[in-house]
Unconditional design. Sequence first.
Length: 467
Amino acid sequence: MKLIKFININLFLFLLLTSCTNNCTDPVENETPNKLYPYEITYDEATFKHRRDALLNRVPDNSIILIVTNDIYNRNDDIDYAFRPSSNFYYLTGFDEPNAIAIIRESDGIPNESELIMFVENREGGALQWLGPVYGTEGAMEYFFADMAYNYEDFTTIVEDYVENDDVIYSNIEINQTVLEIFNEIGLQSLDLRELDETINELRKIKSSIEISAIQNAVDVSIQAFQEALKIIEPNTYEYEVEATFNYITSLNGCPNKAFPTIVASGPNINILHYQNNDRKMLDGELVMIDFGAEYGYYASDITRTIPVNGKFTNEQAIVYNIVLEAHKKAIANAAPGVSYYDLYWQNVEFIIDKLLEKEIISGVRDEIISSGRYRQYVVAGLGHCVGLDVHDPFPKQLNGDKILEENMVLAFEPHIYLFEGDQTVNSNYWKVSARIEDDILITATGSEILSSDLPIEIDSIEELMK
Ligand SMILES: [Mn+2]
């Protein structure tokens, strides 16, 4: 396993070097992008070093950055949940094994440059036999370019060589209870610890070409899975059969992990926003809302389609679906650098409420519905969010509280209409006729580009695919 990891990195570097001699600007491009593993696609020393330098430049002089990765969480008895690195830790180090801590501080020798000190696991004996090899301290220096690496277990004694009592420390230590306890045990809790997330979030907001390629790859694999999943849906299939198709197709295409739990919400479940049971039999005449996203190289995708179980939209279903689709197209058409997210949000709310009133799907007075907040009965959630290492990636606010789109941000837009059973403001013909549509969007220099445009979205093309 260890050997394979190392070979893969070398193979990647080889592909990177050879492909770039052919005047290629994008290091992710190669013959089999779907078969690469995380460290191969995002692994690049300059990228991670640049992020650490940039981060250090954003905190006050003489500050130290101390970052931890996620804890290991117990599932039951002696079984743990599968480990997933903290997105911030991965973003700064590229290191994806558990039990790791990193210190980033100003280099002794070179001004304005950072130095990386890592504490990682060295495995031997029983641990090695049961859990397999790890990069270890040697690997941390050789492959992750740590200036110095120590055994994770020696953190308690060695950390004091790097941290002094009057240092200001920017840290995400609160995410890892185990490290927090170690910190308290050795009396470091009295240090001046400050919140790091805001500073990293600002960096993570804008995506590099490598990150965009990773997201695009996750999107492409998700689309492939969607297309297969739509073909198997018919009355009396179960929601979990759809989920199984996603799992199968994405794993076959190099994305064994999902960015979030898959939602296959049919019939009455359609109104549960983050429905997760996926155990219901889907019936003739119902809608099913499917929200799915493969993860590739720790980068997310996030796509939703709402489709008729029997392959043909009813009149009411088509009317609601097309309102959401029109809202979706408007939001995408208006997305561009400099545009306020909140402006897009309010345009979306107003458009949907106007249409629902016009089609006599809901009753009431437009301005009252909006000013009272009652619109949230139908437009329940936000218009969208950023996508990156997290499916809900950071989208930091400006000082004035606004959120502005910038070039090379990736967002998921997910306009929706929810019409709940028993809601007396809703025409009863439309109860449970809800719809959500979601695509992943790259903000370009002049507007936006839909990364998931290959997945059918028009009623005709969805019905065609399901035939
Ligand atoms: Mn989403």
